[in-house]
Design a protein around this ligand. Structure first.
Ligand SMILES: CC(C)(COP(=O)(O)OP(=O)(O)OC[C@H]1O[C@@H](n2cnc3c(N)ncnc32)[C@H](O)[C@@H]1OP(=O)(O)O)[C@@H](O)C(=O)NCCC(=O)NCCS
Length: 173
């Protein structure tokens, strides 16, 4: 995928489980301070269990972008399950492989996640959390209409080092 080539985004399903897990483990290894989960926690997950998590469910989807047949980017979207919180969805697990970055993949994934959130009847806002030092991700989120509403000091400890988290929200008009 080169700059200028439109990134095609589609929902991942059970058949994508092995590729999704491989990309996710790559992201967790490359950017331990960008995700709450870790390689050690996820590498033992059987592909069959990943496939179950990728099955179609209302209020939940994982989206991916492929370069030829290889998954190069992913994002999760999930609606809150409690009734009183069901006007909210959140995105998680945004990751673009280094060789595909700065070509619009991240933007395309987030645009599609927001489109799907808007299509969920009653969802009014999308929330996310991002490491305060993650300048590329914060820039991407702000470009697509997310605004910060708080900073959690010491949100995450990675190898004994504390990382602050910015909580952001995108109001769906
Ligand atoms: C953050 C990330 C998802 C961006 O993906 P990407 O495909 O490179 O982003 P895009 O090419 O779609 O860029 C969209 C916008 O994001 C911003 N952006 C992306 N990378 C940036 C960088 N390195 N520096 C500054 N802004 C950046 C820009 O505003 C850009 O718009 P522009 O190209 O018009 O300037 C990617 O860098 C990544 O996977 N990082 C590691 C994992 C991670 O941090 N995930 C987020 C967890 S919350």
């Amino acid at each position: 995928m080169s700059a200028g080539e439109a990134a095609v985004v589609r929902e991942l399903g059970a058949a994508d489980a092995a590729q999704f897990q491989a990309l996710r483990l790559r992201g967790l290894a490359e950017c331990p301070a960008a995700f709450a989960s870790s390689v050690d926690e996820e590498r033992v997950t059987p592909v069959a269990e990943v496939a179950l998590r990728l099955r179609a469910q209302p209020g939940h989807c994982v989206l991916g972008t492929f370069r030829r047949d290889t998954l190069v980017g992913c994002i999760g979207l999930e609606r809150e399950r409690h009734r009183k919180l069901a006007h909210k969805a959140f995105v998680w697990g945004m990751y673009v492989a280094p060789e595909a970055r700065r070509t619009g993949v991240g933007r395309a994934l987030l645009v599609e996640a927001l489109r799907r959130a808007r299509a969920m009847a009653g969802v009014r806002q999308v929330n996310l959390g991002v490491n305060a030092a993650n300048t590329p991700a914060v820039a991407l989120y702000e470009r697509l209409g997310f605004v910060p509403f708080g900073v959690e000091r010491g949100f995450m400890l990675v190898d004994g080092i504390a990382h602050d988290e910015i909580h952001m929200v995108c109001a769906l008009g």
